[in-house]
Structure formats: C-alpha cells, structure tokens
Design a protein around this ligand. Structure first.
Ligand code: SAM
Length: 198
C-alpha cells in the first residue's frame, strides 16, 4: 500500500478497535517470547508501536522500524511519555534498501499484506536475523471477500510456510489464533501467527 496512506492515518491510527485487536496480538506474540530477556527485537512496520511498546519488559531492546515518518513520530511520543528506556525508532523501508542491522527476533504484525513482493521482504528479514533468530509474523488468513489492488487478501498458511522454507528458515509453524468481526477491510476475518527459526 502507498505509505502516504499511513502518513495520513498516523494521528488517528490508535482507534479503540485497533487497540483492542493489538491487545489480542500482543497476548499471542508474548507466548513466543518466553525466556527472551537478553534478546534484541525489531518490530518491522511498527506503526505507532501498539505491539512492540507492550513488549519492552520481556526483551532486552526494541527497535521500531517503519516507512512512515508520522507513524514513528507518534511512537516516539509514546516512548518518551511512558519513559521506555530500551526502545528506539528507525525510519526505513527494506523493500528499497536494508540498513546494516541485526536482531534476535523480528516481529511483523499486519505489514506483510501491504508489501507486494512477499519473497523479497521475507529474504531481507531473514538476512537481518542472527543465527537461530526468530521471525514472528501476524497477518490475516486468505480471505476471498477482500479484493484490493494494493493489499494481499490475506495469506494461505501452506503457501506462506513454503515461502519461509524457500527463503531458508529451518522451521515454520503457523496457526490461526483469532476470528473477528469486520477486522479486515470491514469483513469478518481470521488471523494467524507464524513463528520461524533461522
Ligand atoms: C496496518 S499497520 C500495522 C502497525 C503495527 N505493526 C500494528 O500491528 O499495530 C502497517 C504499518 O506498516 C508500515 N509499512 C507499510 N509498508 C512498509 C514497508 N515497505 N516498510 C516498512 N513499513 C511499512 C506502515 O507505514 C504502517 O505503519
């Protein structure tokens, strides 16, 4: 999706509905972060930080990356307001250029659907992970009700698993964890979490 859309949305992104959904996602992501107190985490496509700013106490450090400056401005405001010492932000778009970075864990929540070339972004995320690092993806299951030129209509778990293996991940586990009403472009939809080890 054109990132300008997100620039425009930034100030009104944190609606009750999105915050509610984020809580459900955070709960699920936390299950994947047991014993991660010494690990570095990158939240790719962090938006306003609804997911990773709730994870600061379960990992060592958090880097919020987004291709929208305005989203990051909101996230930075929250970081200073809440006094989160181990969180920083970085403006970047890996589909254009990937900076020299590394992390033990990468979280990608509701971002993959906005990036046309799934293989390319998965490869970039694989490359920044340390050995045995973990990629956690949260997104929508394939949904034939959705038809939008700039958004994937969700993902088939089998196809995504194959892509993750092709990119080089040793393991790829995917499961549906939530069904919600009108949560994907105003359609009922289900969400999956995928966890893969490099
Ligand atoms: C639907 S929001 C999700 C925000 C957050 N991850 C969450 O779950 O609340 C999608 C975010 O991905 C960002 N984004 C879209 N394309 C991107 C890209 N190519 N690189 C980095 N961020 C991107 C947008 O700017 C936006 O902040």
């Amino acid at each position: 999706m054109d990132t300008n859309v997100f620039e425009e949305m930034a100030k009104r992104y944190d609606t009750e509905d999105r915050m509610e959904l984020a809580k459900i996602i955070v709960q699920e992501v936390k299950k994947e972060l047991q014993n991660s107190e010494t690990k570095s985490l990158i939240d790719y496509g962090s938006g306003t930080g609804l997911i990773s700013l709730e994870l600061s106490e379960v990992v060592d450090s958090i880097l919020l990356i987004d291709s929208s400056k305005q989203m990051l401005e909101i996230a930075e405001g929250k970081i200073s307001q809440k006094g989160i010492p181990n969180a920083t932000v970085l403006y970047s778009d890996f589909t254009k250029e990937t900076p020299e970075l590394n992390a033990d864990i990468v979280v990608v929540s509701l971002v993959l659907l906005h990036i046309p070339d799934t293989n390319k972004i998965l490869t970039e995320l694989f490359n920044i992970l340390n050995k045995d690092g973990k990629l956690i993806i949260v997104d929508f299951d394939k949904n034939e009700q959705i038809d939008h030129p700039k958004v994937h209509n969700g993902f088939s778990q089998e196809e995504l698993k194959n892509k993750l293996k092709e990119v080089g991940f040793k393991t790829a586990e995917i499961r549906t964890f939530h069904h919600g009403s009108r949560i994907f472009m105003k359609q009922d939809a289900s969400m999956f979490i995928s966890s893969s080890i490099k």
